[in-house]
Write a protein of this length. Structure first.
Length: 260
């Protein structure tokens, strides 16, 4: 059965690799990408290597010949200013990014990002022409307390609070249960599908069922080549946000192939 929405598989390299390894990994992904025209591929390297990776992908401000897009891992909500250590959304665009991960659980938990901050970043990213990948997900404690639905609902609606309904089709959402990130403990396809359906329902409540039907929702958390196909078979799982496995070209490409 053809997929309802074009799949999107993104590699979140987090704070890993060096310039030479980043270039080599991007080149390997770019070389294989033309075999996967039905999947949008995105690489999100550490900020200092965005230029290196843009070069390896043949980018000149967007989607290069390889078809692989570039994304940031975070951005500030202002266009410029005295914000030492921060990166403006327009700067990401300037070096070739089309996407930006926002509200990753590591940003929320380790760097104190709130729904209100993420909301501001989402709007700023869109204004700069980026597609935000908006992340939500519950902790193990919250899941065990039966609070998954409440937590994901609050995060999603809070992170999109100021977004006009007309702009909803311009975002991607990533559901990443915190307990599955970097733990090797993947959510079952049923657990993931249940939350993805919840997210789609929330998006519909902010716009319409038809609009929500077109929005892509990625799953993230220990996605590997051996569990990707099962996740990909669920109706509301439209791709993956991949951490550890995205650092190996073969694994990342195998995951992407599962969504092709
Ligand atoms: P892992 O794939 O390493 O669990 O990381 C997931 C993630 O946080 C992607 O953003």
């Amino acid at each position: 059965m053809p997929r309802r929405r074009k799949a999107i598989v993104a590699g979140n390299w987090k704070m890993h690799l060096d310039a030479a390894k980043a270039r080599a990994l991007a080149s390997a992904v770019a070389a294989a990408a033309p075999r996967m025209p039905t999947v949008d591929l995105v690489l999100c390297p550490p900020a200092p290597y965005l230029g290196e990776v843009a070069g390896a992908l043949g980018l000149s401000g967007g989607r290069g010949a390889s078809g692989v897009a570039l994304g940031g891992q975070n951005c500030h909500h202002k266009e410029s200013g005295a914000f030492t250590g921060e990166v403006a959304p327009g700067m990401l665009v300037d070096v070739g990014c089309r996407y930006c991960i926002l509200g990753h659980s590591e940003r929320r938990a380790l760097f104190g990002e709130t729904d209100a901050m993420i909301d501001a970043k989402v709007q700023a990213a869109l204004a700069a022409g980026l597609t935000p990948i908006v992340c939500v997900g519950e902790s193990l404690e919250e899941r065990e307390a039966g609070r998954t639905e409440a937590v994901v609902t609050a995060q999603l609606l809070g992170s999109l609070a100021g977004l006009p309904a007309a702009d909803l089709p311009r975002i991607v959402v990533a559901y990443e249960p915190v307990w599955a990130i970097g733990t090797g403990k993947v959510a079952t396809p049923e657990q993931a599908q249940e939350v993805h359906a919840l997210v789609r329902g929330l998006l519909a409540s902010r716009s319409s069922a038809a609009v929500a039907d077109g929005i892509r929702i990625q799953y993230g958390g220990s996605v590997k080549p051996d569990n990707a196909a099962e996740l990909a078979s669920r109706p509301d799982i439209d791709g993956a946000l991949v951490g550890g496995a995205s650092l190996k070209a073969d694994d990342f490409l195998a995951i992407a192939a599962a969504f092709a």
